[in-house]
Unconditional design. Structure first.
Length: 419
């Protein structure tokens, strides 16, 4: 049978690819903006530092005399709106500093202390005011004093604008990451929906194809059934009148082929039979044993210890499916005999049949359930198709897999009847 057309797989990834490209654009933009904001925040902090240093140098000019704690408190109050939160004057290692405010960072008095340190959301800067009468901008840095007695000024400030810019950039980056994640997840969801839609469309097309095939098979089987019955009956009567020998052997061959054609028409009718199953409480173990008895004298090892006492199913249709599975298993390898068992897994009834033959043919395992797919010379390829149809009518599944150590395992899973 021709297989249903498979949708192009590339279509499934189109939404994901588009969403991935958009997510990459959003993410690159967010990271670029964040890096730019970081650089700008550093420039803002340096600018705020320069403004505060200029204001402090002006307020603490040497010509105004040595500042005391009161002078520094006044300066701190005047510049607090610009972020200043601590100011101190270090006159030497032997003299205590004059300060106003409370520093968040430790204030070092050694000569090799760094010019600028940051932490706890503040920046601490060490500067030396310009010498009296010296050129503008000729201040020294990094010393607690020099031979002319010029003190070192230490001030601590909060880089408010820089922190606000950095926080805004961090929020924008987080938002960009969230948008990129949502885009990727949305692309995955759309790709999954597209894949499911294609699978559903392929399944629907396959069901329509099987329905048309079933109708054709039913018409063909009905048209052939009566002529075949007449042919078989007359051939059997003729066989009884033929003397032993070549003529009788040929007559027996005609009867055998007529019986084979009759079996084929029965298989076609079984496959074409559709509609709702008639579920009723039944003993799964009894249904399996009845199917095994139809194969006598062939042997089947049966295990029904885990079978439930009753299950809602159509005994006739399940019996038909199990007979097909067991017959295939015996044909695959009569010795050692196949195994059949019943278990309950995840709330569903499972009939399992294992053979010890050559295993499944190459290709997708589900392909062997397709109508008219067979590797046997005299097989019809409808037995497993009927098995799957019976399972589907019960709302279940029929699966096949290779068995460890050789052979194949066929499973018919029947969920409980929905209420």
């Amino acid at each position: 049978m021709n297989e249903s057309p498979t949708p192009a797989r590339g279509r499934h990834f189109a939404p994901l690819l588009g969403a991935g490209l958009l997510a990459a654009v959003v993410l690159v933009t967010a990271v670029t903006d964040y890096v730019g904001a970081e650089r700008l925040s550093v420039m803002l902090a340096l600018g705020q530092e320069s403004l505060l240093a200029t204001a402090l140098h002006r307020a603490l000019a040497p010509e105004r005399g040595a500042p005391d704690a009161g002078d520094l408190a006044i300066v701190l109050d005047e510049l607090s709106d610009q972020g200043l939160r601590y100011v101190a004057v270090l006159r030497g290692a032997d003299e205590p500093p004059v300060a106003a405010g409370a520093p968040l960072l430790p204030v070092a008095t050694n000569a090799d202390a760094p010019e600028r340190i940051t932490g706890h959301g503040v920046v601490q800067v060490r500067r030396r005011p310009p010498a009296r009468g010296g050129p503008r901008g000729s201040e020294g840095r990094g010393h607690t004093g020099d031979e002319r007695g010029r003190p070192t000024m230490v001030f601590e400030f909060t880089p408010t604008l820089a922190d606000q810019l950095r926080a805004s950039a961090a929020r924008s980056l987080a938002l960009g990451l969230a948008v990129a994640t949502i885009l990727v997840l949305g692309g995955l969801a759309l790709s999954r929906q597209a894949r499911q839609a294609d699978v559903f469309a392929a399944r629907l097309a396959r069901e329509r194809h099987l329905a048309a095939l079933g109708e054709m098979s039913a018409v063909l089987a009905h048209e052939l059934r009566n002529p075949l019955a007449s042919l078989k009956g007359n051939a059997q009567l003729l066989l009884e009148t033929l003397p032993p020998g070549r003529a009788q052997d040929r007559g027996r061959w005609v009867v055998t082929e007529a019986e084979r054609m009759e079996a084929l028409t029965n298989d076609l009718l079984d496959f074409a039979r559709s509609g709702a199953v008639h579920r009723a409480p039944a003993d799964p173990a009894a249904v399996l044993h009845d199917a095994v008895r139809e194969l006598l004298p062939a042997e089947v090892r049966v295990s029904v210890d885990a079978a439930p006492p009753t299950w809602s199913l159509d005994p006739l249709r399940v019996h038909q499916a199990l007979t097909n599975l067991l017959r295939n298993a015996v044909q695959a390898c009569p010795a050692p005999p196949p195994e059949a068992r019943i278990v309950v897994e995840a709330g569903a009834l499972v009939f399992e049949v294992r053979d010890f033959g050559a295993g499944l043919p190459e290709g997708p395992p589900d392909r062997i359930f397709e109508p008219f797919h067979t590797n046997r010379v005299r097989g019809t390829g409808l037995g497993l198709a009927v098995v799957r149809r019976v399972a589907q009518l019960h709302g279940g599944t029929a699966t096949a897999s290779s068995a460890p150590g050789g052979g194949a395992i066929f499973r018919v899973t029947l969920p409980p009847e929905s209420t």
